[in-house]
Design a binder for this molecule. Structure first.
Ligand code: SF4
Ligand code: SF4
Length: 437
């Protein structure tokens, strides 16, 4: 849906067009239910740990540099924006600057992030932060995070902390944070998991906010981190809260090849029988449990994440106005017994197809050091978040062995997966999608 169509059918679009909310009741973007004005407002705010700022339970994650989408979210009451220096190579920060400069700066909490690259000196970190401030057109950044900290050593980086101390004294940065979504196997060794890095960061005491992976299929590690965040009054923000949607993609790709009369590639033929059997079982399961569409499962998944009292906000990646509407409707929602049933059924029938974000347990069994978890994360961007170009760029930029190594491999990683993910097939397919789409 484009903004013009959204303006026609959506309450929020109407607000964007200057039509008072209370006058509008429209059909929802999904076209099945009536969406009321109240449903499309933020309904709950939570204290972001020791920052003292009350954040909306649904917040603005990556928005692909789309000013209209970000404005719409803020108009609805979203007041936490998560971004990064690298998002669109500064494009997202520029868009945030354009949107926020027209508003009361104090009404919004902006978090941005820096990867700690080779140059980790205080001087370089200060210079990069000043560029973030310029792009964001603001005098201060509420929270500056280390982007995807790669190991426990990273959280102690002297250059970063010295830079932050100076910028805090100047009033340019208010709080410091850290994000992590899994290992960078093959780039840095030894492997260090999200849980280990974030627990060490909590212990370190200098981090006020965290951004971590937590969802109903990848919950144990996140729960440990969230508990410690609560004990230490650290703000807890979430990403990758919706693990649903990957498995059907593989099947539809095979169907498409058959429809077009094209040959099924050799690597697919090799792994197809096992995969097809799993998909068949999953579909039986979906029928039996009446799991009609992935929207229902996604909504239950977000409510599951927000149901954890230690979670302060879920960062929503919104590429379309349908997604904006879908996320806003979840604000203030409660996790219901029906949600519990849906997620349990999904986990039992389809959980096998989800390579857990921030896991990486199988990676040490790969003789070629293929970064399984990173590749499957890019595949998730491609398949579940429909960010095809971005996913392909990330994959192409991997400095490690890629999943082409998997095409002629026996798949040792699969035996090492405690969740029985058919990872060999998924990796072969991810390589195909991320390379040739
Ligand atoms: S395949 Fe299994 S063990 Fe490997 S990263 Fe994915 S979930 Fe973890
Ligand atoms: S399929 Fe083979 S090459 Fe690919 S990650 Fe697994 S063990 Fe490594």
């Amino acid at each position: 849906m484009h903004r013009r169509e959204f303006l026609k059918v959506s309450t929020l679009g109407a607000v964007g067009a200057g039509i008072p909310m209370h006058k509008v009741i429209s059909s929802s973007a999904r076209g099945r239910t009536q969406t009321t004005t109240d449903e499309l407002k933020v309904k709950e705010y939570r204290m972001l740990g020791r920052t003292g700022f009350k954040v909306s339970d649904i917040s603005a994650g990556e928005h692909q540099g789309n000013e209209a989408i970000l404005s719409t979210l803020l108009d609805a009451g979203v007041n936490y924006i998560d971004t990064g220096e690298s998002y669109g190579r500064g494009r997202d920060e520029r868009v945030i600057g354009q949107v926020v400069k027209k508003r009361d700066r104090k009404s919004v909490f902006i978090t941005t992030k820096l990867y700690l690259s080779k140059d980790r000196t205080k001087k370089s970190i200060i210079e990069r932060t000043r560029k973030c401030l310029e792009r964001l057109q603001t005098d201060y950044i509420d929270c500056m995070m280390i982007h995807s900290a790669q190991n426990v050593g990273t959280i102690k980086e002297k250059g970063f902390h010295d830079a932050m101390s100076e910028l805090k004294t100047e009033g340019r940065v208010r709080f410091v944070g850290i994000s992590n979504h899994g290992t960078h196997w093959g780039i840095l060794q030894p492997e260090e998991a999200m849980e280990k890095i974030l627990l060490a960061a909590a212990e370190d005491g200098r981090f006020d906010v965290m951004l971590l992976v937590y969802n109903f299929l990848a919950k144990e590690n996140g729960e440990k981190v969230l508990k410690v965040c609560a004990e230490k009054n650290i703000g807890a923000t979430l990403m990758k809260t919706n693990p649903v949607a990957d498995y059907l993609y593989f099947k539809s790709e095979v169907e498409q090849l058959e429809k077009e009369g094209k040959d099924i590639p050799g690597y697919l033929k090799k792994v197809l029988p096992r995969y097809e059997q799993l998909v068949e079982e999953a579909q039986e399961f979906i029928k039996k449990h009446n799991l009609k569409n992935t929207h229902e499962i996604r909504d239950a998944a977000i409510r599951y994440a927000l149901n954890n009292p230690h979670v302060h906000t879920v960062c929503a990646t919104c590429n379309t106005f349908e997604e904006v509407e879908a996320f806003l409707k979840l604000s203030g929602g409660r996790f219901t017994p029906q949600d519990k049933k849906i997620l349990a059924a999904y986990a039992q029938g389809c959980g096998i197809f989800y390579c857990r974000h921030a896991c990486g347990l199988c990676e040490s069994s790969c003789p070629d050091h293929v970064p399984v978890n990173s590749i499957m994360r890019y595949n998730h961007y491609f398949v579940a978040q429909h960010r095809e170009k971005y996913a392909m760029q990330k994959y192409s930029g991997l400095p490690t062995a890629k999943a082409d190594r998997c095409l002629d491999c026996e798949g040792q990683c699969e035996a090492a997966c405690p969740f029985n993910v058919p990872i060999h097939a998924l990796l072969c397919n991810a390589h195909h999608s991320l390379t040739f789409a």
